[in-house]
Design a protein around this ligand. Structure first.
Ligand code: OAD
Length: 252
């Protein structure tokens, strides 16, 4: 038995013992669907400057430029499908009572994979918000016919309903994420560099309250040391292997 197989068996055994389960995901879980991450080799923040595109100041200066970037990303995401990693987490929502999925992703792929209760910490790229009225609407047109899109009622330039640098996270969603992290007995941290706060602090809170942490990431992160189990592999490889061990005991 390899070291990875042994770890897979042990994680599956803990899962079968019935702890409360939570998962925190980042852009790495969608990498195998073809969506670029932020800080990796071909990551978005290697090609673009965040302060020119993902800040309230950038939007105030040039809403069209900001929307061109989001329209481009919507085009990429729209052409991608959820992968095996997303699907396993969607099944676990049905399998484990009280399972909570917390994501930093705005791509909506967890919902498309079937997850119904998703705490989207950084918003959703398929939603638009009117800064004047505060109303949020879903819009899946891609490409958008007009940039920036405008509020049909008041004509104000709509913004993507995502969290930009320097902005607070949606309060209720963040509360839910803190509560789930504090209450879980096992937390999966999947595909995040654990670089952006407050998301990165959630696994530490969980660990402090006694949860065991399972990290799945091909790279080492700031959280690796705090993890009880660290799989240095792709989410789409590891999550299905854990899932396969849930029925019928450890695979030999
Ligand atoms: P990052 O790009 O910072 O990190 C992605 C992580 O995924 C890296 O640690 C990779 O090693 C890992 N990874 C790559 N492929 C993987 C795979 N197949 N399976 C598992 N892991 C894989 O992305 P995030 O941590 O999501 O915020 O970034 C957090 C936030 O920073 C984003 O939500 C975004 C960005 O600025 C906002 O836009 C507000």
């Amino acid at each position: 038995m390899t070291a990875t197989e042994d770890k897979l068996d042990r994680v599956a055994e803990i899962l079968r013992s019935g702890p409360r389960v939570a998962a925190l995901t980042g852009s790495g879980i969608s990498a195998e669907s073809g969506i670029p991450t932020f800080r990796g080799k071909d990551g978005l923040w290697r090609q673009f400057r965040a302060e020119e595109l993902a800040t309230p100041g950038a939007f105030a200066r040039d809403p069209r430029l900001v929307w061109e970037w989001y329209d481009w990303r919507r085009g990429i995401i729209g052409g991608c499908r959820p992968n095996r990693g997303h699907r396993v987490l969607a099944n676990w929502e049905k399998r484990f009572p009280g399972f909570v999925l917390i994501t930093q992703n705005v791509d909506g792929l967890h919902r498309r994979a079937g997850s119904e209760r998703v705490l989207e910490l950084h918003g959703n790229i398929w939603e638009m918000r009117c800064p004047a009225e505060g109303t949020v609407t879903e819009n899946r047109e891609s490409p958008l016919p007009e940039l920036p899109p405008r509020c049909p009622r008041c004509g104000t330039a709509l913004r993507p309903n995502v969290v930009w640098f320097g902005e607070s996270l949606p309060a209720e969603t963040l509360q839910g994420a803190y509560a789930a992290s504090a209450a879980c007995g096992l937390m999966f941290v999947v595909g995040t560099s654990a670089f952006v706060q407050p998301a990165a602090s959630l696994p530490l809170l969980a660990a402090e309250r006694g949860a065991r942490i399972v990290e799945i990431n091909p790279d080492i992160t700031a959280l690796t040391e705090a993890a009880d189990f660290s799989f240095r592999e792709k989410a789409g490889e590891i999550l299905p292997q854990i899932d396969a061990r849930l029925d019928g005991g450890a695979a030999q």
